[in-house]
Design a protein around this ligand. Structure first.
Ligand SMILES: Nc1ncnc2c1ncn2[C@@H]1O[C@H](COP(=O)(O)OP(=O)(O)O)[C@@H](O)[C@H]1O
Ligand SMILES: [Mg+2]
Length: 361
């Protein structure tokens, strides 16, 4: 009978496909035992893509064989596959399992900041993430991800997303002339999104996040018609005057049949670094009332924190820049809750956006 340590040593050297970390470092090995018949191994991975399971199965089998350890049982648990019949049975990107729309009632509340940090926090858990900047009016994802000015690579008629900090990124704004987009009318946005969905070759990823333009408009409707959007995240600030806009954003999710994974209350108080005293500059906690009213949850309260802005300006979001920062921990917690929500929604069969009409707003 092989020693358990011999089995775990082997598993500890197997990288998780697409990441620099191993399956042990990610905590994906949920059982490693030894029996008379050989090794008994269970992996629980966050990807529903067959390709990932197959690669891991091959790695584990071959490495055990090379070490002369028989394999008695290898189970690979994967998350539930979403139903692909939503959006009138249409998923323009079938290689992608889940889609998350990050929206807000108005601009400047921290939608892009939330999108990049949630995306990076998800990736830290071994989830393969794509991030599409749909905000043609204010595309700031490239700067925040440190890829401003990086030209995307074209392969024939298709575009390859740009790898940055372990995720795949593409910005619609970076593909169109900067001043031109400011004057874009709804129909042009719709057309550009349709085109973009066909042209960008993401490959197989687990979740694609959309950093939406502010408000409730054509971009949101177009995406909901083309893709079975798994969940929506609403970003808001705590001022009472922001509530009306946020209510509109939440109502929009309802009208598009998009389950609300939760609300992020951004710029939620300021914690004085010298004294630790918290000052509610824009207020604090209003998102909880909204979450109750919409039967959802607050994913995180993110304080006003200079490192958050500096990270964005420097192209190194706080989750990557300051892994031990309390704000980073809040983003990680929010990402975990978001991921739980995505699993729960997919387990119930996913979303049906088929009733969405272009004339709703
Ligand atoms: N919690 C925060 N603390 C400090 N600055 C923040 C915070 N959230 C966002 N910012 C800064 O506020 C500005 C607007 O945020 P951004 O994410 O671009 O908003 P939006 O995408 O909603 O327009 C950016 O300069 C960003 O760095
Ligand atoms: Mg933005």
């Amino acid at each position: 009978m092989a020693a358990i340590s011999a089995i775990t040593d082997i598993l500890a050297r197997i990288p998780y496909p697409g990441f620099p970390k191993t399956i042990v470092e990610f905590g994906f090995v949920t059982r490693a035992e030894s029996s008379d018949a050989g090794a008994l191994i269970t992996l629980s991975i966050p990807s529903a893509a067959g390709e990932v399971s197959e690669q891991l199965r091959l790695e584990v089998t071959q490495r055990l064989e090379a070490a002369g350890i028989p394999l008695a049982e290898l189970t690979i648990d994967t998350p539930p596959l979403p139903r692909q019949t939503s959006s009138n049975g249409f998923n323009a990107l079938p290689a992608i399992q889940s889609f998350v729309m990050v929206s807000s009632g108005k601009g400047g509340v921290g939608k892009s900041t939330t999108s990049v940090n949630l995306a990076l926090a998800l990736a830290q858990r071994g989830i393969r993430v794509g991030l599409l900047d749909v905000d043609v009016y204010g595309p700031n994802i490239p700067r925040m991800m440190g890829i401003d000015g990086v030209e995307p690579v074209f392969v024939g008629n298709t575009i390859k997303p740009i790898p940055a900090h372990g995720i795949k990124v593409m910005s619609m704004g970076s593909l169109i002339a900067r001043d031109a987009s400011l004057l874009w009318k709804g129909a042009m946005v719709t057309q550009a999104i349709d085109q973009m969905l066909v042209d960008i070759k993401w490959g197989e990823i687990d979740v694609l996040l959309f950093d939406m333009p502010p408000g409730t408009g054509d971009a949101q409707i177009t995406l909901a018609q083309s893709l079975p959007i798994t969940a929506g995240v609403c970003v808001t600030t705590p001022q009472k005057v922001a509530l009306d806009d946020t209510v509109r954003a939440l109502d929009m999710f309802g009208q598009l049949n998009i389950p609300i994974a939760g609300i992020v209350e951004n710029m939620s108080g300021f914690i004085c670094p010298e004294t630790g005293t918290e000052y509610p500059i824009f207020g604090k906690g209003t998102a909880h009332h909204l979450a109750d009213a919409y039967e959802t949850r607050v994913l995180a309260e993110i304080p006003i924190e200079p490192t958050v802005r500096e990270g964005g300006d420097a192209g190194m979001p706080i989750v990557t820049l300051a892994p031990d920062d309390p704000v980073t921990r809040r983003y990680l917690q929010a990402a975990d809750t978001l991921w739980e929500q995505i699993q729960a929604i997919n387990a119930e069969g996913g979303v049906d956006n088929s009733a969405v009409q272009p004339t709703m707003f």
